[in-house]
Design a protein around this ligand. Structure first.
Ligand SMILES: Nc1ncnc2c1ncn2[C@@H]1O[C@H](COP(=O)(O)OP(=O)(O)OP(=O)(O)O)[C@@H](O)[C@H]1O
Length: 456
């Protein structure tokens, strides 16, 4: 371990390799204790010793390796040694990862790591986090994405500077090869921990780094430069495609329901633009990146069969009466939502089990009589319910009534409101004619307001 901070920085890296530090008073460094982040922390500390910046080293302990505690101890000792020379402290978050069945351990650990880094950075009062990814990491990411069949978005690999979750994430060394960082590490005799999982051939990135890239580089001397050029072009393409999607979205949104798309307008675009727009539309609503085969189906099938449902990774796309609408799984009322009661008195009653509120107000017309049972019950559709839309008309099945009134499928999951054995309110259809009080008589108007998706 090197405790000394040299007066000048002799190795390949120069101070201007960290322009992100300019003007900051606090900076966070994601510090795994590995080779690259040890160099990054060293550089940040070197800068801090001269400028008075406060450095916060953030270490996430995934608890996945038998050596995790030893790595944490190494990080603590290194930071302790450097803290005599500049303002640096260490924050550690120990994770207890529970990987959902079927999920990738690597992806799950990455998401949890970034969350933990963000929390620690905020606690430390930092708005900038430095990450030590370098050019070789960028090339690997590009190739891994290409091997998964990614489009311009995935092929854009890692951004060098991005604001996410209210924090600025900076990777200052995406143009620097691993060898330069290694030269710096050796020149300064920086000690580090070696993650044994980096040699595990079960991980695609390791196979690529250890087997494929050496062969590729020996066969194509300019492989890295060429692949990085492709990354930059993919980044440009992504920006342009996003801009085009915004233009197309504003033309294709349904004028009566801004969350929905007009199928007729969608059909007016050529297929590639349709897929680009659908991808952006889904991502903007919080859906995960849809695959190409899914986009192929969504861009053609609703045009031929305008009523239907298509499962997406995190929800369902519904087509109904010339509109396309996506509903997130989390926005659907859970199966088996319980029977809930609210008092039959004026007020707004939030019903979290049903993701909405019952609103009861006194009224002169269109409501239900005050007399009788003093509560209404929210119950799920069970099938066989009958609804009478107007006085004198026959009660008809809910399905027929929904169709007649054009209530779209995504609005048919709302609870039915019952007063005793009488169905009194069906959201989307209104108050059942049999339950309506005569005009002018004191009565309660009832309505159901689903919570907006963003507020859930
Ligand atoms: N456990 C961790 N705690 C804090 N930061 C981490 C951790 N793991 C990774 N990082 C950050 O993400 C960057 C890239 O991670 P990656 O897994 O490629 O690196 P590594 O092999 O763990 O370590 P290094 O990059 O330090 O050699 C690291 O350089 C570091 O900035």
């Amino acid at each position: 371990m090197t405790d000394a901070m040299p007066a000048a920085m002799p190795a390949a890296l120069e101070l201007d390799d960290l322009p992100a530090l300019a003007g900051l008073r606090h900076v966070a460094v994601a510090y795994s204790g590995g080779r690259d982040s040890s160099v990054l922390l060293h550089m940040a500390c070197w800068w801090a010793a001269r400028s008075g910046v406060q450095v916060h080293a953030l270490h996430v302990q995934h608890g996945l390796s038998a050596h995790a505690a030893a790595w944490e101890a190494h990080c603590a000792a290194q930071v302790q040694a450097w803290s005599d020379l500049c303002h640096v402290d260490l924050r550690v978050r120990r994770l207890a990862l529970v990987v959902p069945p079927g999920a990738s351990l690597e992806a799950h650990a990455r998401t949890a790591r970034y969350q933990a880094l963000a929390e620690m950075a905020r606690e430390a009062g930092c708005d900038t986090v430095l990450l030590a990814h370098h050019r070789d990491d960028q090339v690997e990411t590009f190739l891994l994405q290409a091997l998964r069949g990614a489009g311009p978005s995935g092929l854009s690999a890692m951004p060098g500077d991005i604001v996410r979750d209210g924090l600025r994430w900076v990777r200052p060394w995406l143009d620097r090869p691993r060898a330069e960082l290694e030269a710096h590490r050796v020149a300064h005799r920086l000690s580090h921990v070696e993650d044994d999982s980096n040699a595990d051939p079960r991980m695609a990135r390791n196979r690529l780094r250890l087997k494929v890239l050496p062969a590729l580089r020996s066969a194509f001397a300019q492989a890295d430069e060429a692949l990085l050029t492709s990354v930059r072009m993919a980044q440009d393409a992504r920006v342009c495609l996003d801009a085009l999607a915004q233009v197309d979205l504003s033309a294709v949104r349904d004028p009566d329901d801004p969350q929905a798309l007009s199928i007729a307008r969608l059909a007016g675009l050529d297929p590639a633009r349709r897929r680009n727009l659908l991808r952006r539309w889904l991502l903007d609503q919080g859906e995960r990146a849809p695959g190409q085969s899914q986009l192929m189906r969504l861009s053609t099938e609703p045009l031929q069969a305008p009523d239907g449902r298509w499962a997406t990774p995190g929800g369902v796309v519904h087509a109904y009466r010339a509109r396309l609408r996506w509903v997130a799984q989390g926005d659907a009322v859970p199966r088996g939502a319980p029977i809930c009661r609210v008092p039959l008195q004026a007020g707004r009653y939030e019903v979290p089990e049903w993701l909405g509120s019952v609103v009861i107000e006194s009224a002169d017309t269109g409501g239900i009589a005050l007399a009788g049972v003093d509560a209404v019950e929210l119950r799920a559709r069970r099938g066989g319910e009958q609804f009478q839309s107007h006085t004198g008309g026959p009660p008809r099945s809910l399905k027929k009534q929904f169709q007649a009134a054009g209530v779209p499928p995504w609005a048919r999951q709302a609870p039915l409101l019952w007063r005793g054995d009488a169905l009194v309110l069906v959201p989307g259809l209104g108050v059942d004619a049999r339950a309506r009080a005569p005009d002018g008589q004191a009565q309660w108007s009832l309505s159901w307001e689903p919570w907006p998706a963003a507020g859930r």
